[in-house]
Design a protein. Structure first.
Length: 227
């Protein structure tokens, strides 16, 4: 017990090295030391205004752990897959069989799209600065325009052209080669790659581009869904 007390006193009596000043791990600055919060595990410093989320005042808890130590502590806790799924807030979209409820669901989805700046449209659009309507020609398609016959489970055939039922902005593939969106679709695969066209439904498109199964209320819609 005496040795432990001596060690504790020695640590308290040790003066800090002025050449080894604490700095913020986020901004690497030594300014505003009064706003610097030290981690109780690794002794690293963080400004209150550099943390995410920002802390407006010192935490009331006896101990505080930095984001690095907090993530390390959380990763060590064993969690079952069932418990992690129960904490999720997002639920999958399931179209209702009730017509009134279904219309409300479609209204909510349309509101969500417009809130994000998307324009609901049922046709191909040609925005300024993108591909024009004149370059959308079936003669450019490699091998000619493709026609597909889709037969649903009930045996009813819905013949649709490759351009039928498509909605969104038309642009050249070369202009969208760095686009990381997963909703982009090929409209024309031309022999000359510079003439190939794609559909970008992020800004302008049908709800069916975003939600699978939203247009299943008709037989042809159930057979041909755009994801």
């Amino acid at each position: 017990m005496a040795s432990a007390t001596t060690t504790l006193r020695r640590r308290r009596a040790q003066a800090p090295n002025p050449h080894n000043l604490l700095h913020c791990e986020e901004c690497r600055s030594e300014a505003t030391p009064a706003e610097l919060l030290l981690c109780d595990r690794c002794d690293r410093g963080f400004h209150l205004f550099c943390l995410k989320p920002i802390l407006v005042s010192l935490p009331k808890e006896d101990s505080w752990f930095c984001p690095f130590c907090s993530n390390r502590k959380k990763s060590k806790r064993p969690k079952s897959l069932v418990m992690s799924k129960k904490k999720r807030k997002l639920l999958p979209f399931i179209p209702s069989e009730d017509n009134d409820r279904r219309l409300k669901q479609m209204a909510f989805l349309a509101t969500a799209l417009t809130a994000k700046g998307a324009v609901v449209s049922n046709e191909l659009t040609y925005a300024p600065g993108m591909a024009s309507r004149s370059v959308n020609r079936a003669s450019l398609e490699q091998g000619g325009m493709q026609v597909s016959n889709i037969i649903p489970a009930d045996g009813i055939s819905c013949a649709t052209k490759a351009s039928g039922g498509l909605h969104g902005d038309v642009d050249y593939l070369k202009n969208q080669k760095h686009d990381s969106g997963d909703s982009m679709m090929t409209l024309i695969s031309a022999t000359n790659p510079s003439e190939s066209l794609v559909i970008c439904p992020e800004r302008c498109g049908n709800i069916a581009h975003f939600i699978s199964g939203i247009n299943n209320h008709t037989l042809c819609g159930a057979a041909y869904i755009l994801l």
